[in-house]
Design a protein. Structure first.
Length: 455
């Protein structure tokens, strides 16, 4: 059914600028954007008054774990795509460590079918690399996948690629086919040795505050450096996921031009919200609620990551949203599950860091909307432009409010942010022109679309 919607009087944050203006949506696309003038006259099916609010492109989160199929007691595509809408996230890329793993073409197609039936926002899926499935890469439709996910470190789901010959083939094949490779980089032999030493000193399940010493800076750097060298050797487009250390940042050079320029390097880095927020000091208070792989590390590492947001070394911000039931988070370094749900609050958290002067609002949009679209060559999303899909988040600065577990939309029912104070809320989320979230009211009838990629 045809519809026409006006978003008026907002502060539009887009492509490095903030300006007062209005956005007109016609059906599923942005029709016009007007700047510094009265809203366009006309007949509208709905008018949203964005006075005092900021109008942004919908966030593209390129790193989530929605747990379906096979792990749906924790979360599923329906529940977590609902979470996404509450967080102003209109597109997500899901990871392959489900049950079954997304390492066959059949499992890959099954996920797309599930999402077409259940997802409230736009979706795509990484194909998972194993020691012996790289021949399947040439059968992937590059217009419907962001790329291949490679685990160069053992993590949740046990998808470790641990044969050097297989790594060479994966990097070579990805380069030949023009596929983006996203890598989880931790050296498993170093982690295993560190765990044995800690177990000898502290018992079978060492306390969680030792997690960053087990999954150490050395383990991250050795694996990331190897991945970077292989990418250089073969000319592979490599995106290193969730970097956590200052040393890893040395693998890329600060930008010599505007931080708003299109990405050009074959080697790019992702930072996750948790690693920009928490430090190893927080284990004393939050315990296993902030246990994740790679581990949250030192204050100095966190501050280095924050600095890299502004000089081009960090290309994208994602969440690594990874719901577990709280019962699965009990224990220490060995027993407690690794991962935390962050999707619902990622945009308010990053806007809070903007308030603190860590980065500008325009840079938040660059790293969470524009650069994900540029890097992965997303078609017609990630920007507020006439003709683009109408994926839009409206956010408001509000009186400080305290996060509690009972406001969590994720099926897992908790957040590591419980007790934290936020100063931002997402008031509206449009996905393909559909008003999915309206001042806290969620419209469950909406369905997202399969993301397409330009290649």
């Amino acid at each position: 059914m045809d519809q026409k919607i006006l978003i008026e009087n907002g502060s539009i944050v887009n492509e490095g600028r903030t300006f007062r203006g209005s956005v007109v949506i016609e059906n599923d696309r942005i029709a016009t954007i007007t700047e510094n003038q009265d809203a366009p006259r006309g007949n509208y099916d709905k008018i949203v008054d964005a006075t005092g609010a900021f109008v942004l492109p919908g966030v593209i989160d390129t790193h989530v774990h929605f747990r379906e199929p096979g792990l749906t007691e924790k979360a599923d595509i329906e529940s977590e795509s609902r979470v996404a809408a509450f967080g102003g996230v209109t597109s997500f890329f899901d990871m392959p460590n489900t049950v079954p793993q997304t390492t066959t073409l059949e499992a890959f197609d099954e996920k797309f079918q599930l999402a077409s039936e259940k997802s409230h926002v736009n979706y795509s899926f990484f194909f998972g690399a194993t020691n012996n499935n790289y021949q399947l890469f040439q059968q992937l439709d590059r217009k419907r996948t962001p790329g291949v996910k490679l685990f160069m470190g053992s993590s949740t789901g046990n998808m470790l690629v641990d044969r050097y010959g297989s790594l060479l083939k994966i990097f070579q094949m990805a380069a030949e086919l023009g596929l983006q490779l996203m890598a989880h980089c931790e050296a498993s032999d170093i982690i295993s040795q560190n765990m044995k030493q800690m177990q000898k000193a502290y018992g079978d399940d060492p306390p969680v505050m030792l997690h960053p010493l087990i999954r150490s800076e050395e383990a991250c750097l050795e694996s990331s450096a190897l991945a970077a060298q292989l990418a250089l050797t073969y000319g592979t487009r490599l995106h290193i996921a969730h970097v956590t250390t200052a040393k890893e940042l040395e693998l890329v050079e600060p930008s010599k031009s505007s931080v708003h320029s299109p990405l050009s390097s074959n080697l790019t880095l992702e930072a996750c919200v948790a690693h920009l927020l928490f430090t190893s000091d927080d284990y004393l208070k939050l315990g296993t609620r902030i246990k994740c792989n790679p581990a949250v590390k030192t204050v100095a590492d966190r501050d280095a990551l924050r600095s890299a947001l502004n000089d081009g070394r960090i290309a994208t911000i994602a969440t690594d949203h990874a719901p577990h039931l709280l019962a699965q988070k009990e224990g220490g370094c060995r027993r407690a599950a690794s991962g935390m749900p962050m999707l619902q609050f990622s945009l308010p958290v990053m806007l809070g860091l903007a308030d603190e002067g860590v980065l500008a609002k325009e840079r938040v949009v660059e790293l969470m909307c524009h650069n994900p679209a540029r890097l992965f060559r997303v078609s017609e999303r990630g920007f507020l432009r006439p003709g683009y899909k109408a994926d839009i988040a409206i956010v408001r600065s509000v009186e400080p409010w305290t996060v509690t577990d009972d406001v969590v939309e994720s099926r897992c029912g908790w957040t590591p942010l419980a007790g934290s104070t936020l100063n931002w809320r997402v008031s509206h989320t449009f996905c393909n022109g559909h008003l999915t979230l309206n001042e806290g009211q969620f419209d469950a009838s909406g369905r997202g679309e399969e993301i397409r990629f330009d290649c």
